[in-house]
Design a protein around this ligand. Structure first.
Ligand SMILES: [Zn+2]
Length: 471
């Protein structure tokens, strides 16, 4: 069974195979937030999709090394810091901290690396890459003292976005980090300092200035993951010009194909409209928490729509997420209550047993999460019915609970403080008696039985502490 993913570059479903000859290590780069503001739920849709991708690849045995960068210098951060009358680093730190907090609330696994563009080693690398491009005749310094990428030198520019550059005539130079398709032109690698930048400046062979947004990602990606990446993700908004520029810069510097699989998630709408501050439908995660929703409800609403489909985010949808999670919670509590400790794994009835592989097979199919959730809800319905009819043994309920824990390592939907099931509490009590009698063998055996039910016992000086096995 192989994982198949839609590659934006080829516009085709492709079998996923990492570059690692052993087929195990996966190098994945995901464009992170620009820390001038609190990230909004459109941003988080991309981060939640990337989290699902990472967790599913891990469930399939891959070892994922993931980089998510923090853009802490660009047009927007500089403007924001000036408006706030603060130093750039102080201004962005507030939003970096908030971002990490939000990731935790949404149960997004931390990346292996969170490089920030302004770290000296990355600035040095950006300058070195621009210098190399200049030496190759690909970059040039213009009259405005900024350094630009000469698009004519990279015929593949536009291939990711499937733009025909012969039809869209390049129009001069573009100094802004973001621009429309009509303005295709040589993009800035290094922006010469001007008054609006205030004290934000680094010395370079081209005079004082700062890097362009695109070169930041090329430098951090190749510094941490090497010249070739297995997967690069982002939202569809990133495809042009940002990811096109990343490809052009990186491939001209390394001479290698930068990325094997490009994945992009579709737009998010709110109540059927484009999210905008003027329409009053612009949500950060905080806004939703203030309305009384939890991080896991927002996660559910963002995660359960297939990533290549537009997501219409609504308050009714969040209420639906709450109801769906309630059904899952109720079911998990029920099978936990019915479970008995088992030494040998019990076989599930065939119609239940086939749901697990079908769940993962759906995700293999370009992360078909709606198909996967359909399998989960069928499993819930069928196993509830089996329990109603007394057709599941306690050992089978325990096997089902273990299955749920495997699914939840991908979904991360488990209720925060799941009540301790009676069977687990009883085992813990027996274990305390064994420990009091210094019967360490029995104590260890009982700890394993507790673990088989999905709980971890930790002995502390205040006595044993129980927690659900980590998602
Ligand atoms: Zn990027």
């Amino acid at each position: 069974m192989s994982v198949r993913l839609f590659n934006t570059y080829s516009r085709q479903l492709e079998d996923f195979r990492p570059l690692d000859p052993a087929g195990q290590q996966v190098k994945m780069y995901t464009c992170g937030p620009t820390v001038y503001n609190h990230a909004h739920i459109g941003n988080f849709r991309a981060y939640v999709f990337e989290d699902l991708l990472q967790r599913h690849l891990e469930a399939r045995g891959f070892v994922v090394e993931r980089v998510m960068n923090l853009t802490d210098v660009d047009d927007k951060t500089i403007r924001g810091a000036r408006a706030a009358g603060r130093r750039l680093a102080d201004f962005t730190q507030v939003y970096k901290d908030a971002f990490f907090h939000d990731l935790e609330t949404l149960r997004i696994k931390p990346a292996s690396h969170f490089p920030a563009a302004t770290e000296p080693r990355y600035i040095e690398r950006m300058i070195a890459m621009i210098g190399q491009l200049e030496a190759q005749g690909i970059a040039y310094q213009a009259e405005d003292r900024s350094v630009y990428f000469r698009l004519a030198k990279f015929p593949d520019y536009g291939k990711l976005a499937h733009l025909n550059l012969d039809e869209l005539r390049p129009s001069g130079r573009v100094n802004s980090d973001e621009y429309e398709k009509e303005n295709i032109g040589d993009f800035a690698l290094w922006k010469a300092w001007n008054e609006a930048d205030g004290e934000v400046r680094w010395e370079s062979p081209w005079g004082p200035g700062r890097p362009g947004w695109h070169i930041e990602c090329s430098a951090m990606a190749t510094a941490l993951l090497g010249p070739e990446l297995d997967i690069h993700c982002g939202g569809v908004d990133n495809i042009f010009p940002h990811h096109e520029a990343e490809i052009a810069q990186s491939e001209c510097c390394t001479g290698r194909k930068f990325v094997r699989h490009w994945l992009h998630c579709a737009h998010l709408m709110v109540e059927g409209q484009k999210m905008s501050k003027s329409l009053g439908n612009f949500y950060t995660l905080r806004d939703l928490l203030e309305k009384g929703f939890t991080g896991r409800e927002v996660r559910y609403a963002l995660l359960t729509v297939n990533y290549r489909l537009p997501l219409n985010f609504t308050i009714a949808g969040l209420e639906g997420a709450r109801a769906a999670l309630g059904r899952i919670d109720e079911w998990v509590a029920r099978i936990a209550d019915c479970s008995a400790p088992v030494s040998a794994s019990a076989e599930l009835p065939a119609e239940l047993a086939e749901r697990m592989p079908a769940f993962f097979a759906a995700l293999d199919d370009d992360l078909n999460i709606s198909g996967a959730m359909g399998q989960l809800f069928d499993l819930i319905r069928e196993s509830n019915s089996a329990l109603d009819h007394g057709k599941l043994t306690p050992a089978q309920a325990a096997a089902l609970l273990a299955d749920w824990q495997r699914l939840d390592r991908v979904l991360a939907f488990q209720r925060e403080s799941a009540a301790v099931p009676a069977a687990v509490a009883a085992l813990l009590e027996q274990r305390q008696q064994a420990r009091a009698a210094k019967d360490w063998a029995a104590s260890d055996r009982l700890r394993d039985e507790v673990a088989a039910l999905g709980w971890v016992v930790k002995d502390t000086k205040d006595g044993p502490k129980l927690s659900p096995a980590a998602a």
